[in-house]
Every structure is written in structure tokens, then in C-alpha cells.
Design a protein around this ligand. Structure first.
Ligand code: ADP
Ligand code: MG
Length: 699
């Protein structure tokens, strides 16, 4: 199948036609290539089908095959439900019931149909049943089930089913397609890659993933196709990196007078060895003559800010400017405060630009920026807006970079002279994920925290212990230390949460007479927030009540106590970020998770994980397990590609070898011009690069 054939619309295939083509289009299946990559969601293997008589309520999900003997729509108080009774051998029956999608499901399932049903057996009104099982019609199979073959099951959305696009029709359409055109399929991976990784031939794999002869062949086919998908994705990253590294970058030699004075005279501490190491890597990048693209990954509190400040001074020493972009105003204000403090003694001018900067101030700021009088700009995404021109921008730092979209990164990159980029994140992620999300970047990791940090004791408590918690807070305050009290912010009911934080503030003011209690929430005006924050930072107010606005980056070393209200409502990574606000000084800290009595199993596990570990890497692993990768990186802007067959967490070792193969190939043949790579290149340009472009437009 040539590349151009693969790009043909599916409409002209046998068994499709214009109406079905429209429905397929809604599911993202437009071309022949799309159809061939519609991988089965599951397989039905005769040998793994369970007999109804062996089912046990509460067991893991199982597959059952049987004939529909009763099908009925039953009216109920909350609308209709659809029930069927299925029989697999005389007298052995089970029920299946649907409460949702009743209208269309009752239309596609009829008495007499043979079905494969997949679900979790439970007891329902005395008999064994599946509720909302996955189902497929398996009667009238062409090359049939009865021979013991493994049958592919395809996604079965309501849309597809309504258009008659059942698994059976997908099998037919793909069967015809492969029969007529299968011989034309060309191998799209280089020979040496196939050999080195022991991969199944591409044509065989494409046939076998839809029509496997046996489990071994299926396994080999899936392995090959996962490899292929990951290989091309990594090849895209390798291309991006190679192209970027071909561009000249500003040479910033480092070791200048500002940087030296900063490290020797101004910093009140010595760098940790992790900070040292990262700075060595950053220096080498900035002095390489190529543009730097580095991700600095360090858990909360590992000290990323001073690393960024040192890098900024390298740029300023060389007569250029630097910008630090951060996601929230509070964080920007804090960076502005601490960076000004560190840099003013050196005579370096720092500016702050956010959405709440007044028009007059903004004008002055922009003038100073374009004339070069201002050396360091701190700000929210306001810094990438039109009109913000630098005289000579050499370094762009993006703090908490996962909060920004790919596009925002790109806009910053295109400011002026293509600055060196330092991306910082406190979200530690497993290696395979890092290779996917940041595979085109170089990565510095700081696992170590500054010395002398005391561990944080984390405890989940109940409402009835509230008085004891307040006593602990009183003791902290008496010792001159500070406390955060955090309320959740649930999007659907911001008003309610606002009331929570506000009434919480009132309540605490009464509980702590004579102690000044501050309040910060998202609805306050910037200057008010700033003033409240400033009083807390200065220590004149020992207690700060807030919503999650303090989640990222806020740094007050004297804060040793955090009370998180309704802790069960927070996500795990969010709890970890919040807790990262304490334990930043030399005193031991305590984090109290106030939780409801009634909790879901998942929230119990989250809170338990918080009690058990402070290791950010461990925390995000658990979080990913609990939520799934998709949800973990739930934002569109994360840039996590939607793989069709590969699973980043489970296919780590395939990913590693695919990456190695892709980068090796790129090193050997950077333009992919070698004759033996022609087919691959065609494929790559048509199906991967265009998808990649689509990807980078998100966010
Ligand atoms: P994060 O990596 O979470 O952004 P910060 O940069 O806010 O962490 O640093 C956390 C705290 O640790 C700050 O108060 C900072 O001054 C302090 N810090 C950073 N590096 C060191 C060090 N090498 N020794 C002692 N304290 C440090
Ligand atoms: Mg930070």
C-alpha cells in the first residue's frame, strides 16, 4: 500500500459508503491509514470465554458468549432500563442490564442474537448479571469464531453502533481492505532496526493485529506496532532537537563579575551538589554556541529559583537580558521580591509585569525593557504579549512550566533573538513519561534538598480532633512560627468555597484572639492579595487562611504548620504541592489533613500516601496509578500525545529501545535522505510530522 493509497478517504472502501464515512469521520477515522490504526480494544479468544455456570459474583471482569433469549424495555421510576437474558447452554442463563444508552442499545440487541459480553458479574435481584457490559454481536461471522480463532473487538460507541458499524462490520471492512490491498503495504521501518529489535514484519503485523492466528502472533504484532508508534514519535522529537541544535545560539560564557559576586557575597548559603550539577549543565549549554533547551526538574523546595537567578546573571553579565515567566500573580510577586532583594545589591534592575500592572507602569517598564535599562523581567504570561520587546533577550526561564501550553513556550522562544530556554517543574514524573513529554529537551534533575531541612510529619485527623489541632497551632504561633490553613476550591461551586475560606477566616480570628489572621482567595483584587501576603511573609501575621492560590511556589521559611481542610477533596499531587509550602526552614514542620469520616477508597489511599512519603517521585507514581496517565496529565496543554496502541507507563522498555533506535538513526542520517530510508521518510512526513504539528497547535 503506497503512502498515497493510505491517504485515500475510507468512503471508497468496500463496505463503507458516504453515510458510514460521515460517522467514521466523527470518530476521527478519515483515511485508510486511520482505519488501519483503529486497533481492536480487546480480543475474544474462545479459550478465555467463561461458561455462565462458572461465574462468580464480584470476580474480575469476564467474557461470556451466549444467545439472547429475552430482551425487554422495562419502565421504572427514573426512566426505562433495558434488560436481556442470555443463555449459553440449555438452562444456564444470566441477566444483563442497561440504565444508560437504553434507546440505542435496545435497538441493536434483539432476541435471537448471539453476543459476546464482557463485564463484572454481580448479583442483581437474586440472579447473576452484568450491568452495562461491553457487547458485540458475533453471529453470522464470515471466517468464523467457531474455528477457535481470536476475534478482534473494536470501539463500540453509540454513534458507530447506530450506523451499523459494529465490531463485525469493522472486521469485514478491514478484511476486504487487506485482501485487496494488503500486498501493497510496504515496510516502513529500516531493516537494521527490524533486525536489532527482533520486530515482526510490518505487513504481517498489520494483518495479525486485526486477524491474529494465535496469541503469540498477536503479541508479536502488538509489540511491533507499539514500537513503530513510539519510534516515529521519538523520531519527531529527534528531528525537533536536531533542527534546533543546528541553529546558532547566543554565546554566554558565564563566570562574569555579577555571577561571581552573587555566589560569593550575596547568597546566604552554598549550593547543594544537585544545584551545582545543574548549573554546570546550564553553563555548558549557554556557552555552547547552540540554543539551550533544558528542563530543570526538582521536587518542591529543592531550590530551583536560585539556579534560575544564577543563570539569569550569566546572561546579564554578558550584556543581555533575562525573563522569568511564572503561572500566577502571587508567585510572580514573590519571585519579584526575592529576586530584587538578591539582585539590587549588584545594581541589577528587576521589573514585574502582570495583568494587574497599571497602564502607566507598563509603559515605563516596556520602554526600559526595549532600551535595555531593565535587565530582568518577572511576570505572568503578560510577558509574552505583543508590545513586550526586549533589547537583547538571552535567557527565558519558565517556572512551573507544566502550567503553560506548548504555544506559550513557543511564543517566548520567538521573542527577539531566540533565547536560551530553561524550563522548571516541580512535578516529578517517571522516566518514560519524561522521554515522551520532554523528549526533545535536555533534562537536569535535582532530587536532593538543601541541607538542614527537617522532615514534615503528616497526619490525617477527624473533625473531633479539631481543638487539639488548634492547640498545636497556638504552640507554633507562640514559638514565633507561622501557619497556613488551606481550603479547597471546587470549580463548580466557587461561591461555596469562597464562603468556606471566608468563614474559616472569621472562625479562626475568633479562635485566635490577639493574633492577626490573613485571608487570600482568588476573588480578591491583586493589591489586597499582595498586602495580605506581604504581612504574612514579613511575619507580622502568623496565620494565613487561603484557597489553593498558594499552591505553587510560595516560599515562607518560617511557616512550619499547615492545616488542609477537606483534604479528601484534593488530588494527590496538589496535596504534595501544598505541603511543599512548609518544611522550608530549619524547624520541624507538621501537615494536618482534616478529612471527612466517609471517604472513597481512592481518597483514603491518597491521604495514606501523603502520610507515608514525602518523596515527590513516589507521590506522582502513586497519583498516576490512581488516576491513570491521561487524567494525571489531564490538561490539553500538557502535550501528551494520544497514542493509538502504545501505553507509556506499561510499554517503558519498548519506548526505551524505540527512542534509542530513532536517535541513532537521526545521528546517522539527519536529513533522512539515504535511499534505504525513503519509505520510512515518506511515512514519517505524511503521518507523523503532520500529526506533530497538530499536537503543537493545542494549548
Ligand atoms: P523550589 O525548587 O520549590 O522552587 P525554592 O527555589 O523556592 O524551591 O527554594 C526553597 C527554599 O530553599 C528557599 O527559601 C531558598 O532560599 C532555599 N534554598 C535554596 N537553595 C538552598 C541551599 N543550597 N541551601 C539552603 N537553602 C536553600
Ligand atoms: Mg519554585
Amino acid at each position: 500500500m503506497s503512502v498515497s493509497f493510505l491517504q485515500q478517504p475510507v468512503q471508497f472502501l468496500k463496505g463503507v459508503g458516504p453515510r458510514r464515512a460521515d460517522v467514521l469521520k466523527e470518530e476521527g477515522i478519515i483515511t485508510v491509514a486511520d482505519l488501519l490504526s483503529l486497533f481492536p480494544r480487546r480480543y475474544l479468544d474462545r479459550t478465555s470465554v467463561q461458561a455462565i455456570r462458572d461465574l462468580k459474583a464480584g470476580s474480575d471482569p469476564v467474557t461470556v458468549m451466549g444467545t439472547v433469549v429475552v430482551a425487554s424495555l422495562i419502565p421504572g421510576r427514573r426512566g426505562k432500563r433495558f434488560e436481556i437474558v442470555v443463555e449459553d447452554e440449555p438452562g444456564r442463563r444470566m441477566k444483563c442490564v442497561w440504565f444508560q444508552g437504553v434507546a440505542w442499545i435496545s435497538r441493536v440487541i434483539e432476541k435471537g442474537h448471539r453476543l459476546a459480553l464482557h463485564g463484572k458479574p454481580s448479583r442483581y435481584g437474586g440472579s447473576l448479571s452484568f450491568s452495562h457490559p461491553d457487547f458485540d454481536r458475533i453471529d453470522e461471522e464470515g471466517p468464523s469464531m467457531e474455528t477457535g480463532r481470536i476475534i478482534a473487538l473494536y470501539p463500540g460507541t453509540a454513534n458507530l453502533q447506530k450506523a451499523g458499524l459494529t465490531s463485525r462490520s469493522f472486521r469485514r471492512i478491514i478484511y476486504e481492505l487487506l485482501k485487496e490491498h494488503g500486498e501493497e503495504l510496504r515496510e516502513n521501518l529500516p531493516d537494521d532496526v527490524l533486525e536489532a529489535d527482533g520486530l515482526l514484519d510490518g505487513r504481517v503485523a498489520r494483518r495479525a493485529v486485526h486477524f491474529p492466528r494465535n496469541q503469540e502472533e498477536l503479541k508479536a504484532a502488538r509489540h511491533r506496532l507499539k514500537f513503530e508508534e513510539l519510534f516515529f514519535f521519538q523520531l519527531m522529537l529527534a528531528t525537533t532537537r536536531t533542527k534546533r541544535e543546528a541553529l546558532p545560539g547566543l554565546r554566554v560564557p558565564g563566570g562574569g563579575v555579577l555571577e561571581t559576586r552573587f555566589v560569593d557575597e550575596i547568597l546566604p548559603f552554598r549550593f547543594t551538589s544537585a544545584q551545582e550539577r545543574s548549573l554546570v549543565e546550564i553553563s555548558a549549554d549557554m556557552d555552547s554556541g547552540k540554543q539551550m533547551n533544558r528542563l530543570l526538574q526538582g521536587d518542591v523546595g529543592s531550590g530551583k529559583t536560585v539556579v534560575a537567578a544564577t543563570a539569569a546573571l550569566k546572561a546579564i553579565d554578558a550584556g543581555h537580558q533575562a525573563v522569568v515567566m511564572a503561572p500566577t500573580e502571587i508567585l510572580c510577586e514573590q519571585h519579584f521580591r526575592s529576586l530584587s532583594q538578591l539582585m539590587e545589591p549588584l545594581g541589577v534592575r528587576v521589573g514585574l509585569l502582570t495583568g494587574s500592572t497599571s497602564a502607566a507602569n507598563r509603559r515605563v517598564l516596556l520602554e526600559d525593557l526595549s532600551s535595555g535599562r531593565l535587565s530582568l523581567l518577572v511576570g505572568t504570561h503578560a510577558v509574552i504579549q505583543d508590545g513586550v520587546e526586549f533589547a537583547s533577550l538571552a535567557l527565558a526561564v519558565i517556572d512551573e512550566q507544566h502550567r503553560f501550553g506548548v504555544m506559550q513556550r513557543a511564543t517566548l522562544f520567538d521573542k527577539g533573538t531566540r533565547p536560551h530556554m530553561l524550563l522548571m517543574t516541580a512535578t516529578p514524573i517517571p522516566r518514560s513519561l519524561a522521554l515522551t513529554l520532554y523528549g526533545d529537551l535536555h533534562v537536569s534533575i535535582m532530587r536532593e534538598r538543601p541541607p538542614g531541612r527537617q522532615p514534615i510529619t503528616t497526619k490525617m485527623v477527624r473533625e473531633k480532633e479539631r481543638e487539639r489541632v488548634y492547640n498545636m497551632m497556638r504552640e507554633e504561633v507562640r514559638q514565633g512560627r507561622q501557619c497556613y490553613v488551606v481550603f479547597p476550591l471546587v470549580e463548580e461551586s466557587e461561591k461555596l468555597d469562597l464562603r468556606d475560606a471566608v468563614s474559616g477566616h472569621e472562625h479562626l480570628s475568633e479562635e485566635f484572639p490577639g493574633v492577626s489572621v490573613e485571608l487570600i482567595h482568588g476573588r480578591m483584587k491583586a493589591p489586597e492579595k499582595e498586602e495580605a501576603m506581604a504581612r504574612f511573609v514579613a511575619g507580622t501575621s502568623p496565620i494565613l487562611v487561603s484557597t489553593t492560590v498558594i499552591e505553587v511556589g510560595v516560599d515562607v521559611p518560617a511557616a512550619t504548620f499547615m492545616l488542609i481542610e477537606h483534604a479528601e477533596r484534593f488530588g494527590l499531587s496538589q496535596l504534595h504541592q501544598l505541603r511543599g509550602r512548609i518544611g522550608r526552614g530549619e524547624h520541624a514542620s507538621t501537615c494536618i489533613l482534616m478529612a471527612e469520616y466517609r471517604q472513597s477508597e481512592e481518597s483514603r489511599r491518597r491521604l495514606k500516601a501523603m502520610e507515608d512519603t514525602e518523596d515527590g517521585f513516589r507521590i506522582s507514581e502513586i497519583d498516576m496509578e490512581l488516576r491513570g496517565v491521561g487524567d494525571f496529565f489531564g490538561t490539553k496543554q500538557s502535550g501528551l500525545p494520544a497514542f493509538r496502541i502504545a501505553d507509556i507507563l506499561q510499554d517503558q522498555s519498548i519506548l526505551e529501545s524505540a527512542r534509542e533506535a530513532a536517535f541513532k538513526l537521526m545521528a546517522r542520517d539527519p536529513g533522512l535522505t539515504a535511499a534505504e530510508n525513503r519509505v520510512m521518510r515518506d511515512w514519517f512526513e505524511t503521518f507523523v510530522l503532520s500529526e506533530g504539528l497538530r499536537l503543537s497547535r493545542i494549548g
